[in-house]
Ligand binder design. Structure first.
Ligand SMILES: [Zn+2]
Length: 579
């Protein structure tokens, strides 16, 4: 339709004149307005702190859209879009040319042990050891710099050794006579203690503990040994605590130093929020103190450990929420781990006839904790690995949640699920919180433990994602490496670093790249009730972001593990830059 002004219909000259006048007037008005508008634009070009440009910014908004620039002010993102447009609208104190690199929301690790990792930095690193003898060699080296007191180590995995047998403490006692030693398995669910450590804990052969095992040294078949049985030093699950509780606490200075190193390592990997799964009230107080003194910048989402003080804290204080610290969950342990056969299974282990593993507490304990947690609107987060462990916890959750809800109670690991139980997640809005590197770390022996049929319901991330339409991802470091790129690669490729197995492990449960990125950002934020504050790069959210040299959406699969972080920004502040 033509505008009226050019109307071919003959017009009454008066009206025509009148119209012409009106048009001229309008044009004049427009000219005045546009001058006024541009003047207005100049004078209202807003002040802001930082313009980041020349980037591909994956905003991880609901449409998964990208932008080439963004503006940050006062620790928050205030705009994303086209660089020229943003330059016109904002006058910034600083600009950052990203050099064509790729920007993602700061990574959120939905399940880790940040303080445990920091503690571990003071211990001998036993990860990647190929034999018990290699561990002894590393310990001898470590002991040169740490000649006194307890000798601590972490990270061994007998599945990586020839014979795959659990060790005993005989050689430890010979090499380090009288010295208390505790060497924790990679999953934290088993440890080997020296005789001196067992003595400090007062443990004797024949002692028992619920939810744990105190291993006895069996005499060699046909040997003449007849005397009283001795302990092998191997402790599983609750038994580990009998010894670890005797260790002296680190000094405040030691703790601060290792927390700073831990934070630095995490920033270098692009992490800006970490879920610390199971801390004491004392540890939370320590974190608060360090954050208030400016010694710790990392944002932490804390689940308190399952002890009476934590539950009292919850009932007295309710939810604690500051810019960098949230405390609103309780972490419970349903069962143990698959590697140390502590996971609770519905049918016996395929490689240990008649043995079912065990729950770490009676169901009544989980049930009464659930009632108290529910009453305070806290989040219940329970470790469950075996199909029986998962079923027990799912049913207890369901009995309190009674259908769809927004309490976001989580099952940590949700590792082996019976096919009949998957729907309990969706029906009760229970959040499976999974760690993709567990699939690729365990894939070599998981089928030996579970058998060919049962293993199909293990590490079933795509199937779990379908339950609620979202799925938070984590690492469980220091059980696994802190790197979110390993999480991403394991989630999408389902292979180890050497590319094994070709085609991927149980690849029907691989995640798409977009799903994996969401799992490490917005879905992890959602698992923490923080999706309105972080997890995507949208106006109003924290300016927590990471700049990478590679495009996680498009880089060839084999190169994903080589991804490096150029910069990490937290709250609009640069906290890491690659040198
Ligand atoms: Zn964990």
């Amino acid at each position: 339709m033509m505008p009226v002004f050019f109307s071919p219909i003959p017009l009454d000259p008066n009206r025509y004149f009148c119209n012409m006048n009106r048009v001229l007037h309008l044009l004049r008005l427009l000219a005045v307005c546009s001058t006024a508008l541009s003047a207005l634009a100049c004078s209202t070009s807003k002040q802001a702190d930082l313009l980041v440009f020349n980037a591909t910014i994956y905003t991880v908004d609901s449409a998964f859209s990208t932008a080439e620039a963004m503006v940050v002010n006062d620790g928050r993102i205030i705009a994303t879009g086209n660089a020229a447009d943003l330059r016109g609208r904002y006058e910034t104190k600083e600009t950052l040319d990203a050099g064509g690199r790729f920007i993602y929301p700061g990574f959120i690790d939905a399940h880790a042990h940040f303080m445990g990792y920091a503690d571990g930095l003071r211990n001998a690193d036993l990860t990647g050891t190929g034999s018990w003898d290699e561990i002894l060699e590393r310990l001898e080296l470590f002991a040169k710099d740490h000649p006194d007191g307890w000798l601590l180590g972490r990270g061994w995995d007998q599945n990586d050794w020839p014979g795959k047998q659990f060790p005993d403490n005989k050689k430890l006692n010979e090499l380090f006579p009288g010295r208390p030693i505790l060497l924790t398995r990679v999953d934290g669910h088993a440890a080997i203690a020296s005789q001196a450590a067992l003595d400090l804990a007062g443990l004797r052969a024949g002692d028992r503990i619920a939810g744990g095992e105190i291993n006895i040294l069996e005499p060699m078949i046909g040997s003449a040994e007849t005397g009283p049985k001795t302990l092998s030093g191997l402790l599983v699950d609750n038994a580990v605590r009998l010894v670890s509780s005797k260790m002296p606490a680190a000094s405040r200075e030691e703790m601060k130093k290792s927390v700073s190193i831990a934070e630095k390592n995490c920033f270098a990997m692009g992490l800006t929020t970490i879920d610390d799964c199971g801390l004491t009230v004392d540890a939370v107080n320590g974190i608060t103190e360090m954050q208030q003194a400016g010694l710790l910048k990392m944002r932490l989402y804390v689940m308190l450990s399952d002890d009476p003080r934590s539950l009292d804290y919850m009932e007295k204080n309710g939810i604690l929420e500051t810019e960098r610290l949230t405390v609103r969950g309780i972490k419970l342990y349903g069962d143990g781990a698959l590697g140390s056969r502590g996971a609770s299974l519905l049918a016996p282990y395929s490689d240990k006839p008649g043995y079912l593993g065990f729950l770490l507490s009676q169901p009544a304990h989980f049930d009464s904790a659930a009632a108290r947690i529910y009453a305070k609107g806290y989040q219940m987060c329970t470790h469950a690995i075996g199909d029986s462990g998962n079923r027990t916890i799912l049913k207890i959750y369901a009995s309190h949640l009674k259908g769809k809800n927004d309490l976001r109670w989580r099952i940590e690991h949700a590792q082996v699920i019976n096919p009949a139980d998957f729907d309990l997640f969706g029906q009760n809005s229970i959040v499976p919180s999974v760690q993709p590197t567990h699939a690729t770390s365990d894939m070599y022996w998981a089928e030996t433990r579970l058998g060919g049929e049962r293993v199909k319901g293990a590490y079933a991330y795509q199937q779990l994602l379908k339950q609620n339409g979202w799925l938070p991802l984590g690492t469980d470091f220091p059980v696994e490496d802190i790197s979110p790129f390993r999480t991403f690669y394991a989630a999408v490729a389902r292979k180890d670093g050497s590319g094994y197995p070709t085609g991927g492990y149980q690849v029907e449960n691989a995640l798409t790249r977009e799903q994996a990125i969401r799992g490490m950002t917005i879905w992890a934020a959602r698992a923490n009730f923080e999706e309105t504050k972080k997890g995507s790069l949208e106006s109003g959210k924290y300016a927590d972001f990471v700049i990478l040299d590679k495009d996680l959406m498009k880089s060839p699969e084999a190169s994903l593990l080589e991804t490096t972080v150029w910069m990490t920004w937290l709250n609009g502040e640069k906290v890491f830059e690659k040198k």
